[in-house]
Design a protein around this ligand. Sequence first.
Ligand code: ADP
Ligand code: ADP
Length: 216
Amino acid sequence: MRIALFGPPGAGKGTQAKRLAQAHGLTHLSTGDLFRTAIRERTPLGTRVSELLEAGELVSDDVTNGIVADRLETLAHGDFVLDGYPRTVPQAEWILAHLADAGAPLDAVVSLRVPDEAVVQRLSRRRTDPETGAIYHLDFNPPPADLDADALVHRPDDEPDAIRHRLEVYHQETAPVEAFLREHVRYFEVDGTGTLDEVQGRISGVLAKDRGLAGI
Ligand code: ADP
Ligand code: ADP
């Protein structure tokens, strides 16, 4: 199964992508994680994108498509869940064409709908573990008590100004990307509010109904 999760920052894409990956043996491919790893490792790519990430601006389509192409090559067209990609029309055009050319087209896009107020509430209390990649929320998905709180990161782009800017960028890009995806690939909208388990159940439900996929 090759799917993509779409939705605003803080919609729960990373959280649900990890759950889907674990439950169904998919590779989780997050462009945000790839950029953050590059920044942490101080690679040339990291140097190039670090200010953009901090300010909540999008990285260029060429650079973003390039890192996705590299990762897909190492995956040899196995099953995957894309998280936070595609986010613009040129990215969507490129990835659909690239996968179709490889004879391994994208099966579906699942869009998580979450209102802006909930996004702000989620992102302002998000904490991540850079070692394990785990995503927590201080109230809704708290880290285990025995975890060293100093090991957790509050992302610089989860500060109020950057959150507001990322939401603006998302709303500017959304309508055209959504229209493009609806026309070219199976596209499902799922209510992203409620508990983590409830959202996972809804995603699995639409995928199972659409694909008749065993075990989903
Ligand atoms: P995204 O990848 O879309 O930016 P994340 O998966 O990182 O979103 O989730 C953003 C924040 O919201 C995290 O702190 C996460 O723990 C929390 N979160 C995820 N899903 C839910 C949910 N269903 N209800 C409440 N909080 C959630
Ligand atoms: P979120 O879903 O919470 O916004 P991500 O981890 O997906 O977080 O993205 C973090 C940042 O990485 C984005 O604000 C942007 O700077 C960059 N980024 C991630 N994915 C893309 C993409 N597909 N195109 C351009 N920039 C991206």
